[in-house]
Structure formats: structure tokens, C-alpha cells
Design a protein around this ligand. Sequence first.
Ligand code: AMP
Length: 192
Amino acid sequence: MVGVLFGPPGSGKGTQAELIAPILGVPHISTGELLRAESEAMTPLGAEVAPLLAAGELVPDELIERVLEQRLRAPDAAQGALLDGYPRTVAQARALDDLLAETGRRLEFVLRLDVDDKTLIDRLLRRAHEQHRSDDNPESIAERLAEYHQLTEPVIGYYRGEGVPVLEIDGNGTVEQVHAEIIRALQKVRQD
Ligand code: AMP
């Protein structure tokens, strides 16, 4: 089982992935978390990506594809994974398809969290006070939303073309409401 939680920054991907991954029995893999851990540990990779993270810019496709590939090869991901924050470009989506095909797997679903831009900005500014992430400031937030609309949203069209089920979820509600809607959507797609 490999699934993707898709949505703009602040749409609740991380929160919902934490709730759903244990139900699906697979690890929650957040590429943003992997990069932040590298950056905090001050590894060479971390030093390379830290300025990009702080500015809210995407890291290069080849770099993140390598990070994801390594994480997916870990033993706990043998049964699958719930991806959060990957893919963010069509090139990354193609790389994921190739990676899964190597082990005879394919993507089962894409859960797309849809949230209004105004709600996203409010949530990200609130998180800035709570978590002190280097990229939760007004300039980086604007950059991340622009990157999302320009580079990441086209990934949905790519998956529709490939026949991967895209489950549309209204992400504007409370954590509990969104979680319940995701569960309903997953039950439906798994029955079909
Ligand atoms: P996130 O925690 O998913 O919001 O990611 C935080 C930051 O990590 C992003 O703003 C990017 O700088 C970087 N990042 C995470 N995932 C990717 C990805 N798939 N492609 C490019 N950059 C990424």
C-alpha cells in the first residue's frame, strides 16, 4: 500500500498523516521532516538544503528523489508508506512511479486536501508562533503557496491521466471532521 497525502502547505497533511498511517499499518514519510532532520543534524545535505527550506523554495528534484528512494528502501517501508509532501512536481511523480515499478508496486490513491488560501495563511502564521519553523514567515509562506499553485497542482492532472484514484477532501474543517472524511473516502476506494 503506497498512498500520497497531497495539498498545499498548511492544509493539514502532517496532522492527518499521523492519524491515518497507523490505521493503514504503514509509516508516515514526510520529505519536509526528513530535510528538517538533516538540517538540524547539520549533515552536508542539511547544510545544502537549509537556505532553500528557510526561503520556502523547493529543493532540486534529483536531490529529493534520492532522499525519498533511500527512505523507501528502509525495512519499515517494505509493506508500503503514506507519503506527505512528495511528489511536489510532475518530475517527482514520474520518479516515484519508476521507483515503485522496480518493486512491482504502484500508487494506490492520492488524497487531496483542499483548503482556501486565506485559511492556509492563517494556519501557517499560527504555526509560526507555536513551532518556530524557519519557513513559517510571511515571505516564505507566499513563496510556498506560489510554488504549490505553479509546480505542485499539475501533479493532480498527471495522476488523473495515469488513472490513479484522486480522492478530493474538503480540508477546511476541524481535524476530526477532515479525518472522518478521509476515512470515508478510503473505505470507498478500497471497496471499489
Ligand atoms: P513541508 O514540511 O512538506 O512543508 O516541506 C518543507 C520544505 O521542505 C519545503 O518548503 C521545501 O523546501 C522542502 N521540501 C519538502 N518536500 C519537498 C519535495 N518533495 N520537493 C522539493 N522540496 C521539498
